[in-house]
Design a protein around this ligand. Structure first.
Ligand code: G6Q
Length: 542
């Protein structure tokens, strides 16, 4: 495990703190008067443009943050990830989502073995399968064409493909219905299947382990639902395929492993969209579009690997997060996409960021003495403006935010898009520069209302823009956030690729399920609150 110097004991940390004390009182109004921030604080990569000028930073801030990244060994950490070294230390695994979209096809070694041939072969199988569904060549058990694809998976086996399918819906085959069932709540299954004909429905059971309670329960329910109508267990072969690393469990479920799409233990769930976990998406948008998305991921991967830190988009975004979280004490970070197709984007980032960096011990297992990953939240614009933006503008908390928008809409309708983008640009301007009491008074605001109609400004935002939401741009955008999370994990010296914090609840749920279902009502030995909740449920559930 890492024997790195404690973050807060480094000279670079101390220098950053001193610098923070010097500039914390500066306003963006003052900063924008001083220099040409727009050119200095803009970076372009992989079809994306990041304008980070509306942050509470100077050139020196970036220099000091970059110095901190260097002191924390970021270069070596990036090299280690790309070289396939086992950087997931608590599980002793490599972390190679970058290999899944390595379109240059250069060898990537795990334990001396090149993983690229395996990746390419699964991609080919996925493409053939997706084409066969889309062309109608693959038919259901009764000979009917498959019109409905349902992905059954949860967490990393759901959020990525579900988000990306929504994001790229305008590229999808609208004759196909693609849905995602994740929740153990029966409502999810019932509502997503009630209007579907089993003879035209194919389930993709997506589970790395093939043991996850929610996924296996939903998969068994799906099989019953199918057999209730088709009345022939042989039909499972035409209506179920699996995406997993666990061949024996797939076989035991009754899915022919010829219809299993493999991936590997060096692909973490929340980083698995580019693996076979993306099969439902590929069926929806077609293999060519899927490959375009991988190319966008790859372009951002190359940029992250190659660009100097001060010009490196994920590095800059990661460091800005450290600046606000560790110096200003910001606890949350809003991601506000001005595109309805990205309405699940923030949900995906919540898992990506919070499951990766919601940790409180460092790599040595010691309690960290500083803040780590922020709470990620947000809704698409402009909806959020009519809901929670009040808090960002005038609340007591500092909430750094990313605004994401596109120059061209996927659906041109009147002047909707001009209005959408006018709102997005207006928000970042308002947040940065606010409105002083004098300005409010000069507008004729009655004296007693002036404090209420004053905006302090100085609220930091990043603006991320691209020409259009294409598959490639989506790939680049997701990779940008993946690497941003990585950078922050390195600075905070935590293991970003495990998620032990989800285990305790799972284990207790298993025990409680036994207590709920056992006929002889075993004695309860939880705390008094949990005991009484269980008793109440037992007594009233029917
Ligand atoms: C993601 C997590 C977690 C995982 C789900 C589903 O990084 O590991 O969200 O993806 O628990 O796991 P399975 O794919 O094994 O069903």
């Amino acid at each position: 495990m890492s024997d790195r110097q404690n973050l807060v004991d480094t000279a670079e940390w101390a220098a950053l703190q001193r610098h923070y004390q010097e500039i914390r009182g500066l306003t963006m109004r003052e900063m924008f008067r001083l220099d040409n921030r727009r050119t200095e604080f803009t970076v372009e990569a992989a079809g994306l443009c990041l304008d980070y000028s509306k942050n509470r930073i100077t050139s020196e801030t970036i220099q000091r943050l970059v110095a901190l990244a260097e002191a924390c060994g970021l270069r070596l950490a990036i090299d280690d990830m790309f070289a396939g070294r086992p950087i997931n230390g608590t599980e002793n695994r490599s972390v190679l989502h970058i290999a899944l979209r390595n379109r240059s096809n250069t060898p990537v070694l795990v334990n001396g073995k090149d993983v690229m041939p395996g990746i390419n072969s699964v991609l080919d199988r996925m493409s053939r399968f997706a084409d066969s569904i889309r062309s109608g060549e693959w038919v259901g058990h009764t000979g009917r064409r498959i019109r409905n694809i349902i992905n059954i998976g949860i967490g990393g086996s759901d959020l990525g493909p579900a988000m990306a399918y929504e994001a790229l819906k305008s590229y999808s085959d609208r004759n196909l219905t693609v849905r995602f069932i994740s929740n153990i709540d029966s409502t999810h299954f019932v509502e997503h299947t009630r209007d579907l004909d089993p003879a035209e429905t194919l389930f993709i059971v997506a589970s790395k382990t093939f043991t996850t309670q929610e996924t296996m329960t939903n998969a068994h329910t799906a099989r019953e639902w199918l057999l209730k109508t088709l009345q022939d267990s042989a039909s499972v072969a035409r209506h179920f395929v699996a995406v997993s690393t666990n061949g024996p469990a797939v076989r035991e479920f009754g899915i022919d492993t010829a219809n299993m799409f493999e991936f590997w233990d060096w692909v973490g769930g929340r980083y698995s969209l580019c693996s076979a976990i993306g099969l439902s998406l590929m069926v929806g948008i077609g293999p060519e579009r899927f490959i375009e998305m991988l190319e966008g991921f790859h372009a951002m991967d190359r940029h992250f690997f190659e660009a100097p830190f001060a010009e490196n988009m994920p590095v800059i975004m990661g460091l800005l997060g450290v600046w606000y979280g560790n110096m200003f004490g910001a606890e949350t970070h809003a991601v506000l996409a001005y595109d309805q197709y990205l309405h699940r984007f923030t949900a995906h980032l919540q898992q990506l960021d919070m499951e990766s960096n919601g940790k409180s011990v460092n790599k040595k297992g010691e309690h960290v003495g500083y803040q780590t990953g922020p709470v990620i939240w947000g809704e698409p614009g402009t909806n959020g403006q009519h809901a929670f933006y009040q808090h960002i503008h005038q609340g007591t908390k500092l909430i750094p935010a990313d605004f994401i928008g596109f120059m061209r809409p996927r659906n041109l309708l009147g002047d909707h898009h001009d209005k959408l983008m006018a709102n997005m640009f207006a928000q970042t301007e308002a947040l940065a520069f606010g409105k002083t009491a004098e300005e409010a008074a000069a507008e004729g605001v009655p004296e007693q209302l002036v404090p209420h109609k004053t905006f302090s400004g100085n609220k930091p935002t990043n603006t991320i823009i691209a020409d259009e939401l294409t598959p490639g741009v989506l790939g680049a955008l997701i990779a940008l956030y993946e690497h941003k999370v990585f950078v922050q994990g390195v600075i905070w010296n935590i293991y970003s690729f495990d998620q032990w914090g989800v285990e305790l609840g799972k284990a207790l749920a298993k025990r409680i399920l036994g207590e709920l279902q056992s006929e002889n009502k075993p004695e309860l030995t939880h705390d008094s609150s949990t005991n009484s909740l269980i008793m109440r449920y037992r007594n009233r559930r029917r």
